[in-house]
Design a protein around this ligand. Structure first.
Ligand SMILES: C[S@@+](CC[C@H](N)C(=O)[O-])C[C@H]1O[C@@H](n2cnc3c(N)ncnc32)[C@H](O)[C@@H]1O
Length: 209
């Protein structure tokens, strides 16, 4: 999943050429969902920069949740570094089986992770289960804007494997694939594919389906 170990990814990628994308994506998520307070999960959050950016731009309490224990440790470290550790915690676990109560979460944000889940449908079903009525999910992958994508691409120009694998992941996971998952689960939502990424966006209805 990581072409390097998680600590190296944290230093070179998250704090390096990906640094600018997280605040931009966080802003887009907040603008789209209108969620600025409550409990947010950064699902498959890795070292946590999307969740940390969400916390910095809102009053949200954020749990960064990831499969890898080393990412959880880095997320805790990063949240201290960014001085949001009072509102940001980190937990280890799988998207397919989350330790959160039914109807308890205001926002699930997830970038660059769903493509790696063993059972994507089960993961999306779990997201729906833990969302409160009126809570939002914003799950997918992207770079915020086309300008930021081009900037990252130029910084990684010497890593053709990265660009090839990124394109392969998107080709293997077209919008129709996620639309089918939503339809199979009976979830009303949209899959938006733009130049800078692809996002599955849905809101749990305030009255039961
Ligand atoms: C490419 S990284 C993205 C990290 C971070 N969200 C970001 O945008 O920088 C994918 C992350 O998804 C996590 N992951 C993969 N499968 C998972 C699963 N089934 N449940 C939870 N996390 C998972 C990995 O451990 C990894 O940290």
């Amino acid at each position: 999943m990581y072409a390097m170990n998680a600590a190296e990814y944290n230093e070179k990628v998250m704090k390096g050429h990906f640094k600018k994308i997280y605040p931009v994506i966080a802003r887009q998520i907040i603008e789209r969902t209108g969620i600025t307070a409550g409990h947010c999960i950064d699902l498959g959050g890795g070292p946590g920069m999307l969740g940390i950016s969400l916390a910095r731009q809102s009053n949200l309490d954020v749990t960064i949740y990831d499969l890898l224990p080393e990412c959880v440790a880095l997320a805790v470290e990063n949240s201290r570094e960014h001085e949001v550790h009072k509102r940001v915690t980190a937990r280890q676990g799988r998207a397919e089986e989350m330790p959160f109560e039914d109807n308890s979460i205001d926002l699930v944000a997830s970038r660059g992770s769903i493509f790696f889940w063993e059972d994507q449908q089960q993961g999306v079903s779990e997201v729906y289960r833990i969302l409160r009525a009126g809570g939002w999910a914003y799950i997918g992958g992207g770079f915020g804007t086309i300008e930021l994508l081009l900037e990252v691409q130029s910084q990684r120009a010497n890593e053709p494997k990265w660009e090839r694998e990124r394109k392969e992941r998107f080709a293997k996971n077209p919008p129709g694939h996620f639309e089918t998952i939503l339809a199979d689960l009976g979830i009303e939502g949209v899959v938006e594919r733009g130049d800078a990424g692809m996002w599955i966006i849905f809101r749990k209805p305030t009255t039961p389906l």
